[in-house]
Write a protein that binds this ligand. Structure first.
Ligand SMILES: Cc1cc2nc3c(=O)[nH]c(=O)nc-3n(C[C@H](O)[C@H](O)[C@H](O)COP(=O)(O)O)c2cc1C
Ligand code: SF4
Length: 399
């Protein structure tokens, strides 16, 4: 996996082979694999496709990963809402057990492995790897302070690898088609930068929002948002233009219309001020939609999903939501924009104030929206009247 240059598809792009080497070498007790199938990032649905259309590819990847990391027990932590994926995976796991591919002494070898399918708790934070581990242990999905990282002390306090569904499907294909095949796809490492691992292999891109044909397509890492929208998603709907595009789930922030040619590889979105590639879930916002409303929606989601352990995240997400509510009600002040930036700038792992990355993911859409669409926010505040949706909400509340 190290030679293939596989980087995790769950959001952070961490090199998979390197993560596996963090496991203690001389550990005598159990080692666990936790498959992250929580798929909770808004706009993301590639794991669902993989699980529903080719569950055996995932199971094979799990078996191969378990063999590599000396693990005999894997857990699939599945997003609660994915009922169809649950039924399909349950059936596929049973088929493998019946065929002697899972269970004791598989295919006559001395290797034993079993997979437990666990339905999640329907919260965004269950996808964060240590929140997921807590939830698997039957507790509230409160992320743990790191270190220790899961590879040292994870599920049931034993060494644990957490990998995304798509990452493990890549493992299957790398073993089947070879390292050279995998490395021939995507963006090669920069030869002048020894620290650049490149963005190798195929990626499932999800495209949704204001497009004619929302879809999930597999392409080499590094395609542009423009190509995804125009070539694969049938263009922006109703003959409109894109105003903003989420490059990889809402927690990554926004590309503006003149950044649509940014390559969607692990480095591209960061080069234009976004948090990263994230899950490569592209969500399109058309030019008739208010960025104030879009940002309000993002903030409301994050404030609802914050687990509440860290003050900057718990309070910050709520403050940002309330400030945006005020702006949408026509009571905004120009200084609210800098206030939003100040709150967003002081919460998250990157400024070092929180336990997990949800807070960074809550701050980034705010930073990008205000910095890239400031004129629109100022105009909205200057007009000083509630937006249509806000007014409708008030009327509904009054009744
Ligand atoms: C708030 C939050 C939510 C996350 N949700 C998911 C998720 O739904 N699925 C996922 O694979 N990773 C998610 N992650 C990333 C995981 O913590 C972890 O990095 C990932 O599962 C590792 O897998 P990989 O190395 O194969 O990418 C989330 C992270 C954060 C901070
Ligand atoms: S950053 Fe937010 S979601 Fe993450 S542990 Fe802290 S309060 Fe919970």
């Amino acid at each position: 996996m190290k030679t293939a240059g596989l980087r995790g598809r769950g959001g952070a792009g961490f090199p998979t082979g390197l993560k596996w080497t963090f496991l203690p070498k001389d550990h005598q007790g159990p080692i666990y694999l936790a498959v992250n199938a929580d798929e909770s990032e808004p706009g993301t649905f590639n794991n669902r496709y993989l699980m529903e259309l080719d569950p055996h590819q995932l199971i094979e990847g799990i078996i191969l990963a378990c063999r590599a990391i000396r693990c005999n027990t894997a857990y699939i932590y599945l997003r609660y809402e994915y009922g169809e994926s649950f039924r399909i995976l349950e059936r596929a796991i049973q088929e493998c057990r019946n065929a002697g591919i899972l269970g004791d002494n598989i295919l006559g070898s001395d290797f034993c492995i079993d997979i437990h399918l666990h339905r999640g708790a329907a919260a965004y934070i269950c996808g964060e790897e240590t929140g997921l581990i807590e939830s698997l242990e039957g507790k509230r999905a409160w992320p743990r302070i790191k270190p220790p990282f899961p590879a040292i002390e994870g599920l049931f306090r034993k060494p644990t690898i957490v990998n995304n569904v798509e990452t493990l499907c890549c493992v299957t294909q790398i073993l089947y088609r070879g390292v050279d095949w995998f490395r021939s796809i995507g963006v090669q490492p920069d030869p002048n930068n020894p620290r650049d691992p490149g963005s190798l292999g195929p990626k499932l891109y999800c495209i949704s929002g204001h497009v004619n044909k929302p879809c999930c397509v597999e392409l080499p890492l590094g395609v542009t948002a423009r190509e995804l929208i125009d070539k694969h998603a049938g263009g922006v709907w109703k003959g409109r233009r894109a105003k903003a595009v989420v490059p990889g789930g809402i927690s990554m922030g926004f590309l503006s219309a003149d950044e649509l040619d940014t390559p969607l590889d692990f480095a591209g979105p960061g080069s234009v001020g976004c948090l990263g590639l994230g899950t490569a879930a592209v969500v399109v916002v058309d030019d008739q939609t208010s960025m104030v409303d879009v940002l309000y929606n993002c903030c409301r989601f994050m404030s609802h999903e914050s687990c509440g352990q860290c003050t900057p995240c718990r309070e910050g997400t709520q403050w940002m939501t309330r400030i945006l509510e005020r702006i949408r009600d026509g009571r905004g002040r120009m200084e609210d924009l800098d206030l939003l930036l100040e709150v967003a700038g002081s919460m998250g792992i990157i400024p070092g104030t929180t336990i997990c990355g949800l807070s960074d993911g809550a701050a980034w859409p705010v930073k990008n929206a205000i910095n890239k669409f400031r004129g629109e926010f100022e105009e909205y505040i200057r007009q000083g009247r509630p937006s249509v949706t806000s007014a409708q909400q008030l009327m509904m509340a009054a009744h």
